[in-house]
Design a protein around this ligand. Structure first.
Ligand code: MN
Ligand code: MN
Ligand code: ZN
Length: 285
């Protein structure tokens, strides 16, 4: 099973690998720089080389960069739109330098422009990123679009919206999807019963295609089905519940995909507890 968590890069990329080893995980998600800042300093070649080597030694089989939360690829504000496109270009380049296959991003909110205009804007942004020298320098890196909970004017809460964006992408091979369980549940997709999960995956297959789902974010949800509120909870302590995760991590269509936890970090043991919860319901892991 490919299983890991989002880990802080405070203390440097190499420290993150050490922490991953302590947790005995083989998958890893990171911000590639300070998540509260647009600025990304250039990576030192030495730093990248060491990270790649340490990661190999630690048997981390899957790594993904999560973009910063400031990004809004649908922003109606030209300045913010331009900063968002630039930030995504830089992340793709950095992923290439670190030999990381995926850059996962929240797509953004339409801020009153309307859904259609917002979706167009996102496709325009991604097409611009993929046509950039940064993306050309990293031809093996894919961008993953994460489904949202649908808070406020957030786009991508429905698989239909994500599918519409994908249809407008020119280089389709370079874009996939991340399924966040908390976001899907909050957006109204029931994952807690065999029937609900089956219906959800049928809709996903119809609108996007299950093979385009390249990453699963495993988060329980503090708020109920369809609440459109994005509040992550510890695995088994939220409204999805441990039996929901049993269904999700063993489903034949999902079980071989990488699973990343983005659960709360209340204390030193939070990640270990959440990982143990997932491992306890996984068959032959
Ligand atoms: Mn996310
Ligand atoms: Mn997520
Ligand atoms: Zn979330």
């Amino acid at each position: 099973m490919l299983l890991g968590c989002h880990l802080s890069i405070a203390g440097g990329l190499e420290q993150t690998v050490a922490r991953a080893q302590e947790l005995r995980i083989n998958a890893l998600q990171i911000f590639s720089h300070n998540a509260r800042s647009w600025k990304m300093g250039a990576l030192k070649p030495d730093e990248a080389r060491k990270f790649i080597e340490r990661r190999r030694q630690a048997h981390i089989e899957y790594t993904v960069i999560h973009t910063i939360y400031l990004i809004n690829l649908a922003s109606p504000d030209p300045k913010n739109f331009q900063l968002s496109v630039q930030a995504l270009k830089d992340e793709v380049q950095r992923a290439g330098e670190l030999q990381i296959p995926h850059v996962n991003t929240h797509i953004g909110a339409h801020m009153g422009q309307g859904v259609e205009k917002g979706l167009e804007r996102i496709a325009e942004a991604i097409n611009a990123v993929l046509a950039s020298p940064q993306a050309r320098s990293a031809p093996h890196v894919k961008i993953l679009l994460e489904n949202s909970a649908g808070e406020g004017t957030e786009l991508g809460a429905t698989f239909a919206e994500l599918g519409a964006i994908l249809n407008s992408i020119k280089e389709k091979k370079r874009v996939g999807v991340c399924l966040d369980t908390c976001h899907a549940f909050a957006a109204g997709y029931d994952l807690t019963t065999p029937h609900g999960l089956e219906k959800t995956l049928q809709e996903l297959e119809r609108q996007i295609g299950l093979e385009r789902v390249e990453l699963i974010h495993l988060n329980d949800s503090k708020f109920p089905l369809g609440s459109r509120r994005d509040r992550h909870e510890h695995i088994g302590q939220g409204r999805i519940g441990i039996e929901g995760f049993r269904l999700i991590v063993n489903h034949p269509a999902l079980r071989d995909k990488p699973f990343i936890l983005e659960t709360p970090k209340d204390d030193e043991l939070s990640d270990l507890r959440n990982l143990a919860a997932i491992r306890s319901v996984r068959y032959d892991s």
